[in-house]
Design a protein around this ligand. Structure first.
Ligand code: CO
Length: 294
């Protein structure tokens, strides 16, 4: 009992001595920092393990900071709401954090590249820098691939995570998302180059942009590949990984490659399930948290 009282009083003392920030009229307001993790989202129950892993690592790093989630996809949020799972949009999540008295927010993007979705998130964050719901500080953490160093590290780690049974003459095909956004194609073409430099039989394609599946098939054929591992290059192994990549549907990556005489082994794991990759997002969160304290 005595121990419990001592601990409780310690917590009170600690919170009284916590960092404060000056507000008007000479008052001091306690600083309250929060983390908002933002993803496109998924309604796939199994794909959730990616998010759980990111949250686990974020919590390990920032034990005393509250972590909340937001999904950018309205379609996913509606779908989840129908099954009783309420997840906020970034705007709603930030408004709630404002109401709950947070003063400093690190928003961490769980996107792979700084593409269209990241740009949209940046605009939302900017709205909470000024105006009636302005936080004292709000920082946006970079997506996974934010520099050449990130890309090189991600490529090395992703290749390390390829199942060990893979033989020397077997390929690895990574499926990124991609879209028509001006930067997206450039990012994935750069990624394809870096993967190939590290491993001549590692090919990157995207669902909605460049490089295309067609390009990947041509590259596999040119290299006389007979078997390949199919690996999602997305944080979660959700709908795209299961349907577009690994299903037996006509037009899936697996079907198209197999029609071209290439046997496929699909690995249904999102990149955020690997600690080696997830920890890069966490480092970007750390950078954002550091900026809050400066
Ligand atoms: Co998509």
């Amino acid at each position: 009992m005595k121990k419990a009282i001592t601990l409780a009083s310690l917590i009170i003392v600690a919170s009284l001595c916590g960092p404060t920030i000056a507000v008007g009229h000479g008052e001091k307001k306690a600083m309250k920092t929060g983390i908002l993790l933002v993803s496109f989202g998924t309604s796939d129950k199994e794909a959730k393990v990616s998010f759980e892993n990111i949250e686990r690592l974020a919590h390990k790093k920032f034990k005393d900071t509250e972590i909340r989630w937001a999904f950018t996809s309205g379609i996913i949020r509606r779908k989840l709401a129908k099954s009783g799972v309420m997840i906020d949009s970034p705007t709603v999540a930030l408004s709630k954090m404002y109401d709950d008295g947070f003063t400093s927010i690190a928003v961490q993007s769980l996107h792979t590249i700084g593409g269209a979705e990241y740009d949209e998130l940046k605009e939302i964050v900017a709205k909470f820098k000024v105006g009636p719901e302005a936080f004292d500080k709000i920082e946006l953490g970079a997506p996974l691939l934010n520099s050449y160093a990130d890309l090189l590290r991600v490529a090395k780690e992703m290749l390390n995570e390829v199942p060990k049974e893979r033989k020397n003459d077997e390929a690895v095909v990574l499926m990124g998302h991609g879209n028509e956004h001006h930067y997206s194609d450039l990012a994935y073409i750069a990624a394809a180059k870096v993967f190939k430099e590290l491993d001549p039989l590692a090919f990157v394609g995207t669902v909605e942009g460049h490089p295309t599946l067609e390009t990947v098939v041509e590259q596999c054929k040119a290299a006389k590949v007979k078997k390949t591992y199919l690996i999602p290059f997305m944080s979660v192994a959700g709908d795209h990984a299961k349907n577009d990549m690994a299903s037996d549907d006509d037009g899936s990556w697996k079907s198209v490659l197999e029609k071209n005489g290439i046997t496929c082994v699909a690995v249904l794991k999102g990149s955020a399930e690997y600690d080696s990759i997830a920890s890069i997002w966490i480092e970007h969160l750390e950078t954002a948290m550091d900026k809050l304290n400066n």
